[in-house]
Design a protein. Structure first.
Length: 340
């Protein structure tokens, strides 16, 4: 029996294409009925249930409980599954009395996410299935429960990002004047290593540095060097076009207890382009596929490709698609429903 999988209101569907959106798109293509509770803060949709594809729906402006009631009435013989990433929602989810709960541990409940600790333990203990994006997150959850915690890292929307393998024209980058670009795509967030970024831009004046993404947890961000350019948030459909113009992709995260549990989606998207990647030494980023950087390497450092070549990067991205991740999650759900 096909499950109806519901994600409670957390983020807007169209704001960022994060793990929940990617998994729901892939799970729906594999036959699961997926309902994403859309906060609809952008007022992009009318309130109510809106069908995107045959098995994928948005529940706009409705609570999780209201969405569960609608799903039970619409699909009376199907098991209702709650999939959630925000641990503080555990009480609301349990009150809805769904048939199966899945807690997806996507960030360490420390640092910028320390408030998650209030519900994290309950989420791990009370969910029927616990999955995690990083090995440190698996270890954290596994230390609390006897049941298996499933390792399910992030994946790649390969078909979307593979077009970045060929340079494409972008109108709003005339300032580069043919200079190579070191580019970052993602949230402009507190976990970015600003001193490292500023040092790189100052020490590499022959490169232009481009930053694309929404400001997260801050109203503004400083880009002090003349070769640093903030292009703001871009639609998901536009990202491969910008990415295709990079000479190097950048993952400039601080190394903290929080980021040690980060499996960056941008890592997989960058890989799909085949473009070399410069990254701080994050545990979930394989060092052979990136060039590791740190502030103490400057001045005197010039960017260089990783040990693995372009084809290796592309193949790794292709072999780690969101469809592959969805297959594994669907098998986990199926096994749990069958065993009870």
């Amino acid at each position: 029996m096909r499950p109806v999988i519901i994600y409670p209101p957390t983020i807007d569907w169209d704001l960022l294409h994060q793990r929940p959106q990617q998994l729901f798109k892939s799970l729906s293509e594999l036959g699961s009925i997926c309902i994403f509770c859309n906060r609809n803060l952008q007022k992009s949709y009318s309130n109510g249930i809106f069908r995107i594809k045959s098995n994928l729906m948005l529940s706009n402006g409705l609570s999780f409980n209201a969405t569960v009631k609608w799903a039970r009435a619409t699909y009376p013989s199907h098991p209702i599954v709650a999939y959630f990433t925000y641990p503080l929602q555990i009480k609301e989810i349990l009150s809805a009395k769904v048939d199966l709960t899945i807690f997806d541990s996507v960030d360490e409940p420390v640092g910028e996410f320390s408030n998650w600790q209030l519900g994290y333990t309950d989420a791990v203990h009370q969910a029927d299935i616990v999955i995690a994006t990083a090995r440190s997150l698996v270890d954290r959850a596994q230390s609390m429960i006897e049941e298996e915690v499933h390792f399910l890292p992030n994946g790649c929307d390969y078909e979307h990002f593979k077009i970045a393998q060929t340079p494409l024209y972008v109108e709003d980058m005339p300032f580069t004047q043919g200079k190579p670009i070191i580019g970052y795509i993602g949230a402009i967030a507190p976990w970015l290593d600003a001193p490292l970024i500023n040092t790189m831009a100052r020490c590499l004046p022959n490169y232009e540095f481009i930053f694309i993404g929404a400001l997260l947890g801050q109203r503004w961000a400083a880009f002090p060097s003349s070769n640093m350019h903030y292009l703001r948030h871009k639609n998901y459909s536009e990202l491969p076009r910008y990415l295709s113009n990079f000479s190097y992709c950048l993952i400039p995260f601080k190394i903290t207890d929080m980021t040690k549990g980060v499996n960056p989606i941008k890592y997989w998207e960058y890989l799909a382009s085949g473009i070399p990647i410069l990254s701080t030494p994050l545990p979930e980023v394989h060092p052979e596929y990136v060039t590791t950087i740190s502030e103490d390497m400057f001045p005197g450092y010039a960017p260089k490709p990783s040990i693995r070549n372009r084809d290796d990067r592309i193949n790794l991205a292709r072999d780690n698609s969101w469809t592959d991740r969805a297959y594994k999650l669907a098998d986990i759900i199926r096994g749990k429903l069958e065993c009870g």
